[in-house]
Write a protein of this length. Structure first.
Lengths: 259, 247
């Protein structure tokens, strides 16, 4: 018998399709998707009374930000997606074969590591983009039904969606470096909800506003607690550069480590 | 590199052996390991635990890199095949599936990655006898069912070569017999079958050719009869060759 493989380009498209299927086949990915999609719109209703009072008393510097500030919690969904896309590859297959994990099957099906990582990143961006766009649109539209805020801005929703994708890729790269999802989730969740180390650092130096976890918000928010004004495009470029750098490190390590 | 054409060697030619390990070394693990596995035959890769069987198989499948030498399938490294599942089916430790995923979901993404039709998933589930457990999560599979799921994944691309690392581990007697019959049938269809094992008696009734590895070195290779020559059984030959025989 001879191989039935036919000459031709490597089927990157089918690899991306396989990675989308793989991601959506994980129950934890659906936790991320559902959480991301529901939490931010829900928060609109929870925050509405307090925000209305704040707007009426003129305490909010830029009213156009109100709808977008609630997006923060939905970004947890992007983080979870980025983390599980990688951590699921390293999860032990079970007690019978503790050393076995899905990564072996992945590399048997897609042995070129760089191509596999590219396909996986592309699949993650596709899923995160859909989730980001839906969540941002729903949240901002809902905000307008309960609060006196300006109409939805397509460019700001697009910027928020881009931030969503970049954050998912950031979590993807960091998890790939540590080969462990718990570390990434702990660092990101503690830093974004309990105490933001990055935000505290901005009290010491304004340059801390360019750290990867907080710079991206400048893409779609006009006012910012750190009082450092970064133009949206600059924020996007800086965040993309952070993501590119971390992805490069992650890919370098991944290609050199044993599977 | 396009496996069908190599500028240095000219157009693709059918090589006499499907699987070739050529002078593969890894410091402290493998020392100049060379052997071939031929179409239509079951080649047993025999050695005690820790002798280097899994290391050799992982290098063959592109999961690890050799310090020296090369391992090829049909004349080309595993990773240079655009759709590797259609060239080699591999079974390694465990089922390969994430434990939260159903058997069918695992096979579906694998099939999609190599452009294989969805219908093939149900076909391979049928072949290994897991049709009734297709929706069950891999984490709830018994060891034997996990091996069957791993084998189903190996068969997805209907590959002309099969590489199986300790496929009999965790199988009950009925499962071992089923696997033996299955592998003999694969060889009869003209496939190249390479299986590693430390179970001599099982291998002597399954394999045509044997490669014996000990401490990272190939100490014997040939047909079962050739390797057994001068000893009562393949087991005796193995124990003598690997230096484990009682003196």
């Amino acid at each position: 018998m001879i191989p039935v493989s036919v000459p031709g380009p490597r089927p990157l498209q089918s690899m991306v399709g396989a990675e989308v299927r793989k991601l959506l086949g994980l129950p934890t990915a659906w936790v991320g998707l559902t959480l991301g999609l529901i939490a931010a719109p829900l928060l609109v209703f929870v925050n509405a009374p307090a925000l209305r009072r704040a707007i009426e008393s003129g305490q909010i510097p830029d009213v156009s930000d109100v709808g977008y500030e609630n997006l923060g919690i939905g970004l947890l969904g992007a983080l979870i997606l980025g983390v599980v896309a990688v951590s699921s590859e390293y999860t032990s297959a079970g007690d019978d074969s503790p050393g076995a994990h899905q990564l072996t099957a992945t590399l048997l099906a897609m042995p070129r590591r760089g191509q596999m990582l590219t396909a996986k990143a592309a699949a993650l961006v596709l899923v995160a983009a859909v989730q980001g766009a839906l969540t941002a649109t729903a949240t901002v539209l809902l905000t307008r039904t309960v609060l006196p805020v300006p109409p939805i801005s397509p460019s700001r929703v697009a910027a928020a969606t881009l931030y969503w994708c970049l954050l998912a890729l950031l979590a993807y790269a960091v998890t790939l470096i540590f080969r462990n999802g718990i570390i990434t989730l702990t660092v990101f969740i503690v830093n974004s909800s309990v105490v933001s180390v990055s935000y505290l650092l901005t009290k010491l130096t304004p340059w801390a506003a360019y750290l990867p976890d907080i710079v991206g918000a400048h893409m779609f928010l006009r006012s910012h607690p750190s009082d450092v004004a970064i133009p949206p495009v600059t924020a996007g470029v800086v965040m993309a550069a952070w993501v590119a750098a971390l992805l490069t490190v992650a890919a370098y390590l991944f290609r050199r480590r044993p599977a | 590199m396009d496996p069908w054409f190599d500028a240095a060697r000219g157009p693709f030619r059918l090589t006499p052996h499907m699987i070739a390990i050529d002078g593969v070394s890894r410091p402290g693990i493998l020392h100049d390991v060379s052997f071939e596995a031929h179409p239509g035959r079951v080649t047993g890769f025999l050695g005690p635990n820790g002798a280097g069987k899994t290391s050799t198989v992982r290098i063959l499948l592109g999961l690890d890199r050799p310090a020296q030498g090369k391992a090829t399938i049909f004349g080309f490294p595993y990773a240079s095949w655009p759709r590797p599942l259609t060239v080699v089916g591999a079974l390694l430790d465990g089922s390969g599936a994430h434990r939260a995923r159903s058997a069918r979901s695992h096979l579906r993404w694998m099939a999609a990655s190599n452009g294989l039709p969805r219908s093939r998933v149900d076909e391979v589930l049928e072949i290994v006898g897991l049709t009734g457990d297709a929706r069950k999560r891999a984490g709830r599979f018994s060891l034997g069912m996990g091996r069957r799921l791993g084998l189903a994944a190996a068969l997805l691309g209907d590959p002309p070569a099969l590489v199986l690392d300790e496929p009999l581990n965790g199988l009950d007697p009925a499962g071992i017999r089923w696997m033996r019959t299955f592998l003999r049938q694969c060889a009869a269809e003209g496939r190249t079958v390479l299986l590693s094992s430390h179970l001599m008696t099982e291998l002597s009734s399954t394999a045509d050719d044997v490669v014996v590895i000990s401490n990272g070195r190939v100490v014997a290779r040939g047909t079962v009869a050739e390797v057994t020559a001068g000893h009562d059984t393949l087991e005796d030959a193995f124990l003598a060759l690997t230096g484990a025989a009682p003196r």
